[in-house]
Design a protein around this ligand. Structure first.
Ligand code: PAF
Length: 301
């Protein structure tokens, strides 16, 4: 399959490297010409026991989009809308675009698309960018992909081919018909953990030992779960328990948001807690903890 991955961050590098090593025809598209040239068509993928070298095309020229059957958007949510327009103006009528973002701030173009050309994904793969061109695959987790609206049969078949290609590359992927609920399930975990790790400047697991942080985490997730249920989304029986479990399971992780703050990058707070607040406003549901956390993280970053 001819695949273009847009975004050379941790997730984009992980998916590019894994898919390339498995024999797919992969191009990694970077907006930064100097960095794309420096990477010299090579990524290093570190696993627990080995370093694997992946050879693929790494370029800053969007001309590569023309032949893509699949485009994976591995960028932050504010960039998604613009990149969909660029991609669609350069590709054929059958190219599938898959958005792999945290949060729910990027959903509008997917909601507007009933043709099965835009799919969404949510992943629990653990990836850390050691440096540009070198990614560590720290933990395996499932990836789920799906359309927001029922899609024509041939588009569903294409999505299943994508899931098979990703699974064969060591990125276990399943096609689901409730992708919005899956996004919200992950959203609640991120809403409970990420912003608080910024406020307390700590790894995920330490939140459990700080009484005030733990209380706030529970309130953040409970508020989010209420909004999700009001929207008719199934977020499972115990989103708070699941979030506490993720905190334990990723105890030593520096959350993606704290990594962003430490590197001086824009955080995803508006796509996570901020977007949750916006959804709550539409339903006139008060979410004071999420509002407070959004303001506090914006002041810190
Ligand atoms: O964004 C992150 O950092 C991760 O989604 C998670 C699960 C909070 C682990 O660090």
């Amino acid at each position: 399959m001819n695949i273009v991955v847009i975004g050379p961050g941790a997730l984009g590098s992980l998916f590019s490297a894994r898919l390339a090593v498995s024999g797919q025809d992969v191009t990694l598209l970077d907006h930064n010409v100097t960095r794309a040239q420096a990477l010299a068509n090579r990524l290093v993928l570190s696993t627990a026991d080995q370093d694997i070298e992946a050879t693929l095309t790494i370029t800053a020229h969007p001309a590569c989009l023309a032949d893509a059957e699949l485009i994976i958007l591995a960028v932050k949510s504010p960039q998604v809308d613009g990149l969909i327009h660029i991609a669609q103006s350069r590709t054929g009528p059958d190219t599938l675009i898959l958005g792999l973002q945290n949060g729910i701030g990027h959903l509008q173009p997917f909601k507007d698309c009933a043709t099965g050309l835009l799919a969404l994904g949510v992943t629990s793969q653990g990836a850390t960018l050691v440096k540009p061109g070198h990614v560590r695959h720290g933990g395996h987790g499932p990836t789920t992909i799906g359309f927001l609206h029922p899609a024509p049969d041939q588009r569903t078949a294409m999505l299943k081919r994508v899931a098979a290609a990703m699974s064969a590359a060591g990125l276990a992927t399943e096609v689901v018909d409730d992708i919005e609920a899956r996004l919200w399930q992950k959203l609640l975990v991120n809403a409970g953990i990420n912003g608080l790790t910024v406020l307390y400047d700590c790894p995920n697991g330490q939140l459990l030992g700080i009484a005030e942080a733990r209380t706030r985490l529970i309130a953040l997730v409970e508020e989010g779960a209420l909004v999700a249920r009001q929207k008719g989304l199934d977020v499972g029986p115990d989103p708070v328990g699941r979030t506490l479990e993720v905190c334990r399971a990723t105890a030593n992780n520096i959350s993606s948001m704290l990594q962003d703050v430490r590197r001086g990058r824009t955080t995803e707070i508006l796509a996570i807690n901020g977007a949750l607040v916006a959804e709550a406003k539409k339903l006139a549901t008060p979410v004071p903890e999420n509002e407070l956390l959004t303001r506090q993280v914006l002041m810190k970053s």
